[in-house]
Design a protein around this ligand. Structure first.
Ligand SMILES: *[C@@H]1O[C@H](CO)[C@@H](O)[C@H](O)[C@H]1NC(C)=O
Ligand SMILES: *[C@@H]1O[C@H](CO)[C@@H](O)[C@H](O)[C@H]1NC(C)=O
Ligand SMILES: *[C@@H]1O[C@H](CO)[C@@H](O)[C@H](O)[C@H]1NC(C)=O
Ligand SMILES: *[C@@H]1O[C@H](CO)[C@@H](O)[C@H](O)[C@H]1NC(C)=O
Ligand SMILES: *[C@@H]1O[C@H](CO)[C@@H](O)[C@H](O)[C@H]1NC(C)=O
Ligand SMILES: *[C@@H]1O[C@H](CO)[C@@H](O)[C@H](O)[C@H]1NC(C)=O
Ligand SMILES: *[C@@H]1O[C@H](CO)[C@@H](O)[C@H](O)[C@H]1NC(C)=O
Ligand SMILES: *[C@@H]1O[C@H](CO)[C@@H](O)[C@H](O)[C@H]1NC(C)=O
Ligand SMILES: *[C@@H]1O[C@H](CO)[C@@H](O)[C@H](O)[C@H]1NC(C)=O
Length: 557
């Protein structure tokens, strides 16, 4: 085998100049040769980052610009030593391997085994280096450099996760301009809670750019305006994949995103004779981290930039004279969850708090989101998950809020506070808009019909708890595990929507906490439903003929 391998190698050494985009088992690539993609955009070959060191690396660079700019490095950890000559070839298992002419058993780098008898590796015009079957009809890509990024994200590359294989694509800076080995900073997608773009220093999260709002990452509001320059951004988030990627409408514009040695993500655009132009970078501000501590708010336009959230005070008094408020803030007035009197403070243009431990439901509306937050005593804030089309979806935060900031533009965040924190504002508001206030005083959360269908398995017969004069009662389970009882009012009921709403408000007012809790209602199409918290120990009668209902039974004729 080795003999055959060497003879192929010799043939290639005699004819070293092949300008092809493809490498195969009988056509390895040795130092001095390059692959060039079909359209001439990218080249792959051996290089030394400087002339100080003669260490050799296999990398990909732009073929048609005069400044050699590397977008990918294969053997970043293990360079070909100065005295050896590198060879990129296939092993018997169909893995691409980097070895040396001097010692073919020393493997400096390899791709994963593909178990293909006749593999080829092809450099594509988008900068991707793919291993596939030599029969071009077989579209299956067995391995690709795009799945193993270095420090650069090219248009169409994915930054993030393949959830089925567990592949995590992140960018890691070069150690220095002379040394492509992995540096301290990496950019990745943190998929816990609501996925966020984060920059880590080693294994410590240093900066976070918040969750995806539908248009961009929450803490990078300028992403929205960049789409006008021909860029488009996307976060794919389904049960198979969670990744970020970008595109440029005019593919003849040369652009790349790179993470540098100080952890900055930079976007460059090639400007012909003017060279690379730094188009954008982040972070630009000192509010990008988690710097103000729990329940602190970061705002650049003031000094000190860290303050406590309204309704909170410094945990250690005096500490706020310092810029670093890492001790954070604590609540002035305890929440009153049992009596359900808590209210929400709206923070406009918020840099959303850390979402790594938050709960997300993309189908819930804001009203239901608020109701769900009130229901759970450890819920401290809520917001829409998607800002498009007036807002949709629900993010719930539990316990302390970290990394909250104020932006010039952004979305609304609702922070839970004790009612007493609102005292004055409530009274003035009350006088001005009496009717509005009444609506607000009574929580009347509306649940989406599709969620109720899902929770009750489409009102499955086995979920039916019983039947009262007004209609059947079903048991159900919301997505976050909360158990509910749904009273579905009979369609023969003659009530109009307004009457129904008024009744529900009245019930809510009359509601005593010893009774079964009414969580909300659902009025959609011709359905009218009341949604209660399900308590297994309460007798069915509590749901069917709750005290308030029997005393107010004239409501439901
Ligand atoms: C590398 O070599 C080139 C040409 O020999 C020279 O112009 C350049 O200054 C050298 N660079 C370094 C970093 O030594
Ligand atoms: C091929 O794969 C087998 C099984 O995984 C392994 O034992 C062997 O070392 C591999 N051969 C090469 C040349 O990598
Ligand atoms: C070739 O490389 C292998 C693995 O690195 C090493 O064990 C062996 O000693 C090397 N052989 C020579 C002749 O240098
Ligand atoms: C980046 O990816 C590598 C390989 O999957 C993984 O080991 C590492 O933990 C990742 N780093 C971050 C910050 O996600
Ligand atoms: C695409 O970009 C190239 C290079 O900047 C430019 O010459 C060309 O006119 C652009 N094409 C379109 C359709 O905008
Ligand atoms: C990293 O990027 C930032 C922002 O573009 C820049 O100010 C800084 O000089 C860069 N650092 C290095 C080492 O390239
Ligand atoms: C709930 O309300 C009752 C009666 O108004 C009051 O005595 C009690 O302190 C309240 N509970 C909390 C936790 O504030
Ligand atoms: C509140 O939400 C948290 C986090 O989702 C959960 O662990 C807890 O069980 C919930 N509590 C109630 C009473 O639903
Ligand atoms: C339900 O009743 C059983 C038996 O009386 C008791 O052990 C259990 O703690 C009760 N559960 C709740 C949630 O009240």
């Amino acid at each position: 085998m080795t003999a055959i391998f060497l003879s192929f190698l010799l043939i290639n050494l005699i004819h070293p100049s092949f300008s092809s985009d493809t490498l195969s088992p009988n056509k390895p690539l040795s130092d001095g040769q390059t692959l060039v993609s079909a359209g001439g955009t990218f080249a792959l070959g051996f290089f030394s980052p400087t002339n100080i060191s003669k260490n050799r690396y296999v990398g990909i660079w732009y073929n048609n610009i005069p400044v050699q700019t590397f977008v990918w490095v294969a053997n970043r950890r293990h360079p070909v030593p100065e005295a050896s000559t590198g060879v990129l070839t296939f092993d018997t298992n169909g893995s691409l391997v980097l070895t040396t002419m001097q010692n073919s058993t020393s493997i400096l780098w390899s791709s994963s085994p593909t178990n293909m008898k006749t593999p080829v590796a092809q450099l594509l015009d988008n900068g991707n280096f793919v291993v596939r079957h030599s029969d071009e009809a077989t579209k299956h890509v067995a391995w690709q450099s795009f799945d193993h990024p270095t420090d650069t994200l090219l248009p169409g590359m994915k930054l993030g996760w393949d959830l089925t294989t567990g592949l995590n694509r992140n960018l890691t800076s070069w150690k220095s301009t002379e040394d492509p080995s992995p540096g301290d900073y990496s950019v990745s997608i943190d998929i816990r809670g609501d996925p966020q773009l984060v920059v880590s220093f080693g294994s410590v999260r240093k900066w976070r750019y918040g969750p995806w709002t539908g248009l961009g990452f929450n803490s990078i509001p300028e992403m929205v305006s960049y789409t006008r320059t021909g860029f488009s951004f996307d976060l794919v988030n389904n049960n198979k994949e969670i990744y970020y990627s970008y595109e440029i409408s005019n593919r003849s514009i040369i652009t790349r995103m790179v993470v540098n040695q100080t952890g900055k993500a930079e976007r460059y655009v090639w400007m012909g004779q003017h060279g690379w132009s730094l188009f954008w970078y982040t972070p630009r501000t000192q509010c990008t981290g988690l710097s103000c501590g729990p329940n602190g708010v970061c705002a650049l336009y003031r000094w000190p930039k860290c303050r406590c959230l309204q309704g909170f005070e410094p945990k250690s008094p005096g500490e706020w004279g310092l810029i670093d408020g890492s001790g954070g803030c604590v609540r002035k007035q305890p929440l009153d969850c049992q009596n359900r009197t808590d209210r929400f403070l709206k923070i406009a243009a918020a840099q959303l708090p850390d979402t790594w431990s938050s709960f997300v439901d993309r189908r819930m509306g804001l009203d239901e989101c608020r109701a769900r937050c009130l229901m759970n005593c450890s819920c401290t804030a809520y917001a829409n998950a998607d800002v498009r089309g007036g807002g949709s979806g629900c993010i719930l935060w539990f316990s302390d809020l970290a990394g909250l900031g104020l932006l010039e533009s952004g979305q609304d965040l609702y922070v839970r506070l004790a009612a007493s924190e609102f005292g004055h504002a409530l009274i003035t508001h009350h006088h001005k808009h009496e009717n509005e206030m009444r609506e607000e005083d009574i929580e009347l959360p509306l649940f989406d019909l599709s969620l109720i269908h899902e929770a009750t398995n489409n009102f499955a017969a086995e979920n039916k708890l019983g039947q009262g004069g007004f209609g059947p009662v079903y048991m159900g389970k919301l997505r976050d595990g909360v158990e509910i009882a749904v009273k579905r009012l009979s369609k023969t009921s003659k009530q109009g929507i307004d009457e129904f709403k008024n009744e529900v408000m009245l019930i809510t007012k009359l509601q005593h906490r010893n009774l079964v809790k009414l969580l909300g209602c659902c009025i959609q199409v011709d359905e009218r439903m009341l949604i209660y918290e399900y308590m297994p120990n309460k007798s069915l009668d509590a749901f069917l003929f709750g005290q308030f209902l029997s005393s107010c039974s004239w409501f439901f004729v």
